[in-house]
Design a binder for this molecule. Structure first.
Ligand code: 13P
Length: 230
C-alpha cells in the first residue's frame, strides 16, 4: 500500500478535471487498487469529494471559516464539497506567494483543529543542498508544526527537483527520508519530477510511503502508470 497524490497546481479546467476524476476513479475500482489516491485540483475545479477510490483535496485555503479575505477560499467553501484534505507548506506557496513559516504553522493549526488530512510539504533549495545544511533547514520547516498530528502526511519535495524533470538521486532521497523518519511517525512522500519511469525505484527506497506528483499527473495515463509502478 502506498499513497499517490496528484497536485494539478494551476493546470486543467473544471471540465478536464471532472473527466479525469471520473476515469481515475473507475480505473482504481476496476483494478481493485487499494492504495490511497489523492487528487488536488485547481480551486475552480473543486468537485465533491464523493468518489469511491479517489480523495479530492484542496491545494490551498485560508485559515478561516469565511470572511474578508479577497481571493481566498475558506473552510466554508471546502465543506460544501466535503473536502477534508489539504496541502500546506508547498514551496510554491512559500516562495512565490511569500508564506512565512509562522503563517504556514497558523494554517496547519487551523486545519488540524478541523481534523483535515494535511499533506505538509518541506524541501530545501539548491543552495542549501550544496552547502550541506539540509537537515537544519528541514528541521526549521517544522517550527510551530504538531509533528504528532494523527492525520499528518509529510511530503519531502526538494525545490531544485520540482518541475525540472530531474528528480533527486535515490541516495539523497534515502538519506533525507531516514533523517525525517528519525523524528516523524507519519507517512513520508517524495515529490519532485516523479514520473512513470522513476516512480517504481523511488517507491522502493526505504521510508518512502508514496509520491506527490505534479506535471506527470496531468495526463491520466501517466498517473495510472505511476500507480502501477509499485
Ligand atoms: P513536479 O512533479 O512537476 O516536479 O512537481 C512536484 C510538486 O511540486 C508536487 O507538489
Amino acid at each position: 500500500m502506498a499513497i499517490f497524490a496528484a497536485n494539478f497546481k494551476c493546470n486543467l479546467t473544471r471540465g478536464q478535471t471532472q473527466t479525469y476524476l471520473t476515469e481515475l476513479d473507475s480505473y482504481a475500482s476496476k483494478n481493485h487498487i487499494k492504495d490511497d489516491i489523492f487528487v488536488f485540483p485547481n480551486q475552480t475545479a473543486l468537485l465533491p469529494n464523493t468518489y469511491a477510490c479517489v480523495r479530492v483535496g484542496a491545494q490551498n485555503a485560508y485559515c478561516a471559516e469565511n470572511g474578508g479575505f479577497t481571493g481566498e477560499i475558506g473552510a466554508q467553501q471546502l465543506k460544501e464539497f466535503g473536502i477534508d484534505s489539504i496541502i500546506i507548506g508547498h514551496s510554491e506557496r512559500r516562495t512565490i506567494f511569500g508564506e512565512s513559516q509562522a503563517f504556514v504553522a497558523q494554517k496547519f493549526a487551523y486545519f488540524a483543529k478541523a481534523g483535515f488530512t494535511i499533506i505538509y510539504c518541506i524541501g530545501e533549495d539548491l543552495g542549501v543542498r550544496q552547502s550541506g545544511g539540509v537537515e537544519k533547514f528541514l528541521r526549521e520547516e517544522f517550527v510551530g508544526i504538531d509533528t504528532q498530528y494523527e492525520n499528518l502526511i509529510v511530503a519531502y519535495e526538494p525545490i531544485w527537483a520540482i518541475g525540472t524533470g530531474v528528480s533527486a538521486k535515490l541516495e539523497d532521497i534515502a538519506q533525507t527520508h531516514e533523517f525525517l523518519r528519525g523524528f516523524l511517525d507519519s507517512a513520508l512522500l517524495y515529490g519532485g519530477s516523479v514520473n512513470e519511469t522513476n516512480a517504481g525505484e523511488i517507491l522502493r527506497v526505504p521510508n518512502v510511503d508514496g509520491v506527490l506528483v505534479g506535471s506527470a499527473s496531468l495526463e491520466i495515463s501517466r498517473f495510472c502508470k505511476i500507480i502501477e509502478s509499485l
